[in-house]
Ligand binder design. Sequence first.
Ligand code: ADP
Ligand code: MG
Ligand code: ZN
Length: 476
Amino acid sequence: MSTKYEAVIGLEVHAQMKTATKIFCGCPTTFGAEPNSQTCPVCCGMPGVLPVLNRKALEFAVKTGLALNCRISPYSRFARKNYFYPDLPKAYQISQYELPICEGGWVDIMVDGQTKRIGLTRIHMEEDAGKNIHEGTAYSFVDLNRAGTPLMEIVSEPDLRSPQEAAAYMRKLRTILRYLGVCDGNMEEGSLRCDANVSVRPAGQKEFGTRAELKNINSFRFVEKAIEYEIARQIRVLEEGGKVIQETRLWDSAAGVTQSMRSKEEAHDYRYFPDPDLTPIIVDRSWVDTLKASLPELPDAKQERYKTVFGLPEADAEQLTAELPVATWFEQVVGAGAQPKAAANWMMTELMKYLNDDNRTIDDCPIQPAQLAGLLTLIDKGTISGKIAKTVFEEMYATGKDAAAIVKEKGLVQISDSGAIEQALDEILARHPAELERLKAGDEKLVGFFVGQLMKAMRGKANPQIANELLRKKLN
Ligand code: ADP
Ligand code: MG
Ligand code: ZN
């Protein structure tokens, strides 16, 4: 971006809450069901029905507010947001307007190695609309399975200054929501999506520029690309002497551009008024305290602990805490007696590689945390070498057996008997006189060659440290 301008960005993130049923009726929220198979008179907007708030949705919203440092409103209520669209049969969406469930709060993100605090304006609850389907035939269809799905809208202050910060913010939010178990964060299925408000202003100017709101952003990559495109577009408009107009634009991911959709609607266009069918929400302080006590350790705190208590480097701490089940698994390996850095290394390389290749998550890992700890103990005690350990690991992953059992069964115990190693080494040196001369002349690459030959001869079981020492001794 040109340094003549500064971008200002605020995100409105919609997170689908992971409740079993919808927000105002008992219909299931399972993704991918037969169209209109998960509907009832309430979510179809039939006259004469009454919505009842799903307590779990309220609980999830409050938990999220607590985790994001918000004030939880003791008194909030629902409002009707009126607009007509075929996927909204009531012709209004039940949302929260002047009294949302959570206010204020913040999310810390990392920007160039520094923590930056992004303020939150509010979090409110609302119902999702259905889905219009325009593909295939001359007719359009409406699927109301999604209508009434509980959403949280998390609104940030205009504190973000670049597409990268916006993406980092979105990632951090997703991690926290997944830790809390309130949203699965699945962006392909639309469980987490965002509208990005973007404006630019001449560097140094205090007042914000006019913003455009970008709709339909459903991946981290698109958050960055859409905002990047929009910043460049607005700068171009200003440079050409034009004015940015306040409007809603649609991100077209195929074309990589944002396109004007409609002029921005104002709050008064929606004719908000309190929903007379729903009672105000009065949140009891002691219930909030109970929920607060039930929050898991959050990613930032966990990362800090991994650095201070386990002595892990920043990068390891970050990677291991990105997903709660991975962090829990790691803590179990350490709890079973493993040295933290060794556990981290094995998890981040071997274990993750096997799971990825196998398309598995840590939840259905064939190896148990204590079993990895068992393998690490064998390396520590010198029973097996690090190299053999990889073979043992492969076998553990395939069979679910303990490391010790595999080592015993396959006779993989490391040979630390220097007599046996020396004998094998002598044979190899005798077989390669030319290489030995080069090594003596100072070609250090040959150390690797001889140790490699030795390992081959001893089927990988020679203690590498002893092998190296013996080779050095022979050269002297
Ligand atoms: P609405 O609900 O009509 O979209 P809000 O006033 O609630 O409008 O603002 C929505 C989002 O727009 C917030 O995330 C806010 O931070 C952001 N925002 C407001 N003004 C600007 C601006 N000038 N530039 C960029 N973002 C802005
Ligand atoms: Mg908006
Ligand atoms: Zn229903």
